[in-house]
Design a protein around this ligand. Structure first.
Ligand SMILES: [Zn+2]
Length: 247
């Protein structure tokens, strides 16, 4: 049975935090952060701009202060700004970052802290986790649009997290990204820069999540929302509160 709820901060607790398999898309203002709990395994995808995601993880995980996989899509503040709060509060097994270096504080901190333990994924599969890597140069050149270097992550062919990829990158992903997902974290805060009609028809999700807060960028694009509605997706917005989908 599909169960969807839009819940607001401080309302959501699970008695045994890792027993309920679920995806939670946090309301973290203008940014991205999500939690996937599947058969006891904890995956966090992006950590928002500030300490909000860390607080919300605490509500979700209760005494379980361990994250098996921390996936960082790319090193823009609205996705990694909360990193230090999370690292202070939780044990982390593996950190997954895109194969593009960054001169950001967060990248350099991770590089120093984890040294060889930071997994630099361009593509590959590890258990239930699949990474659809960037076609960007796999070195430390800081050029081009870092949105298009986003680590794209899918979970058991059911959940898809598109980071902030834009339409040029979507074209490159077309042959490897799969189709007909149950839940998609829509690219780039549902901006008009992404989610071409071809891509929306291919990924064709039951639930399309637009992750954004108050902003001056025009997120979400009405056209993008309509494209998802046209393929039958239910479009959900984190500005309305945390979104929980049982798996
Ligand atoms: Zn972003």
């Amino acid at each position: 049975m599909i169960y969807i709820s839009v819940v607001f901060a401080f309302c959501q607790f699970f008695s045994d935090a890792v027993d309920v398999s679920r995806a939670v898309f946090f309301s973290v203002g203008q940014g991205d952060s999500a939690l996937v709990v599947d058969s006891g395994e904890v995956v966090v995808v992006d950590v928002g701009y500030d300490g909000t995601a860390s607080l919300k993880l605490g509500q979700q995980l209760g005494r379980g202060k361990y994250i098996d996989h921390l996936v960082l899509s790319h090193f823009h503040k609205d996705h990694v700004g909360g990193l230090m709060y999370v690292l202070e509060s939780y044990g982390v097994g593996k950190v997954h970052i895109p194969w593009v270096c960054s001169d950001s504080f967060e990248f350099e901190f991770l590089d120093g802290l984890y040294d060889g333990e930071v997994k630099m994924y361009s593509s590959g599969v590890e258990g239930d986790l699949s990474y659809h890597g960037p076609e960007a140069p796999r070195d430390c050149v800081h050029s081009g649009n870092i949105n298009n270097a986003s680590l794209v992550y899918s979970h058991r062919d059911s959940l898809l997290f598109l980071g902030d990829v834009e339409s040029e990158r979507e074209l490159l992903l077309k042959d490897e990204i799969g189709s007909d997902y149950r839940v998609v974290k829509v690219a780039h805060h549902c901006s008009s820069s992404s989610s071409t009609i071809d891509m929306v028809q291919q990924i064709n999700p039951d639930f399309a999540v637009c992750s954004y807060g108050e902003n001056s960028y025009g997120h979400p694009s009405e056209d993008v929302v309509r494209r998802f509605e046209d393929v039958g997706s239910e479009v959900l917005h984190t500005i309305d509160g945390d979104i929980t989908i049982e798996l």
